[in-house]
Ligand binder design. Structure first.
Ligand code: GTP
Ligand code: MG
Length: 282
């Protein structure tokens, strides 16, 4: 494979760093201009050669995560289940990621209940139900065309009654620049707080790693309305570098928590900064 590193080395004359090439690579990895410039500014202040620039660039990105990323708590507290709200634009992998999370925490012995509040399409509710049945989970859902906030409320009520540890609420994909749809999510949040006042305990934004720098705009907009507590970045089993995640961390201080690496139930791993950064220079 014609890796970036080989190409980089090949284009460098006499051990000197080709800064245009470095910049182009960082931009193409979706790190965005502000973070790319910050990294370049830092690297240019060091005595680097073509031999050392990759390691220095990796280190600069890694330093966005001085601490290991936090672990989620999939467990009930004060007599109420943990409630996680899953949001994002259309087709990013929300429903699939919910199934993967449910699979993960069920294996850890938790009682997981899925709530379909994607009332926009009947097929969306069916898709979630298939996963719930396959994994043997509690399941509740609204009706097509119904109010997503009401669906979330009823689902959470049922989950509480069933003694769930963890309730994961699926929502319809929506464009981040549609204010009415953002307000709809705010309503879901308000309504579930009537049942569990400190819910949602996690508001997880699902980003498609192949969406490029648009993922950065998505994060900014969703965060403005809902205060995102973490990101799941999907489809990093593709050639995408998913650099938007680093840009989001740098500018919005939101951490990626999980990475989707395929369509199967076990294709979800905890975000690992070293692995993530390793992708940039493969
Ligand atoms: N390769 C790959 N495909 C994925 C991953 N996660 C999800 N997908 C696929 O992406 C497509 C969309 O996934 P969904 O989970 O339906 O996405 P969604 O965000 O719920 O979509 P809407 O509800 O329509 O907004 C499906 O074909 C999934 O199998 C991943 O990590 N890697
Ligand atoms: Mg879905």
């Amino acid at each position: 494979m014609f890796s970036f590193f080989k190409k980089w080395v090949a284009e460098i004359k006499g051990g000197k760093v080709d800064w245009d090439e470095v910049e182009a690579h960082l931009i193409q990895s979706d790190l965005g201009l502000p973070l790319t410039e910050k990294i370049l500014g830092r690297l240019k202040g060091q005595a680097l050669s073509d031999q050392t620039v990759t390691a220095a660039a990796s280190q600069a990105i890694l330093e966005l995560w001085p601490q290991p990323v936090r672990q989620l708590t999939p467990a009930a507290a004060n007599g109420s289940p943990a409630v996680w709200l899953i949001i994002g634009v259309n087709g990013t992998g929300k429903t699939t990621s919910i199934a993967k999370l449910a699979n993960r925490y069920k294996k850890a012995g938790k009682k997981v209940h899925l709530v379909g509040a994607d009332t926009f399409r009947a097929a969306a509710i069916d898709q979630l139900k298939v996963w719930a049945d396959r994994l043997g989970l509690g399941f509740s859902a609204g009706k097509e065309g119904g109010d997503p906030a009401a669906a979330a409320f009823q689902g959470l009520e049922e989950a509480k009654r069933a003694g769930a540890d963890l309730v994961i609420i699926d929502t319809a994909g929506r464009l981040h620049n549609k204010e009415n749809l953002m307000r709809e999510l705010e309503k879901v949040k308000r309504v579930i707080q009537k049942l569990v006042p400190d819910a949602p305990h996690e508001t997880l934004l699902v980003l498609d790693g192949t969406n490029g720098s648009n993922a950065f705009d998505q994060a900014k907009q969703f965060h403005k309305f809902l205060t995102i507590s973490g990101i799941i970045v999907t489809k990093l089993d593709t050639s995408s570098k998913g650099g938007a995640v680093a840009a989001i961390k740098a500018e919005e201080q939101i951490d990626p928590l999980f990475v989707g690496l395929g369509e199967g139930m076990d294709d979800l791993v905890e975000f690992n900064p070293q692995d993530y950064v390793g992708r940039f220079f493969r």
